[in-house]
Design a protein. Sequence first.
Length: 156
Amino acid sequence: MVLSEAPGEPMRRREFISLLGGAVAVWPLATRAQQPERVRRIGVLMHTAADDADGQTRLAAFLQGLQETGWAVGRNVHIDTRWASANADRFRSHAVDLLALAPDVVFASTSQSVAAFQNATSTVPIVFAGATDPSSTVLLGRAVTSLDLASCPSSA
């Protein structure tokens, strides 16, 4: 499309309207492409102390699994982690604390974590791994999903 016959010649009204119409047509596409991806929030309640080597290894494996499936901390997922140190009161208080952050899903490392989340919410999905008895009545129902660690590839 030629906007003017010669350099320095004023742009004609019809050319200007065509140019403006093309820009308006492309504008929504450019705006949509620039919108950042929604950041999902995951609450993690670990049963160990924060400085426990086994707990750190399990959390690192969880984060690696997220990354391998396209979730990147800081880009499209935010992780809030609490450490219960096998203390019943901490399980309860940390579950409430994590749920107050409005996570999209919570991850529980043990049956005690699942029970704490179940007592605190009936709406947020709970994913767990490492529960000693996943078929126990405390874990049944209410948006609870188990990860079968035996079917996961070993990092060893």
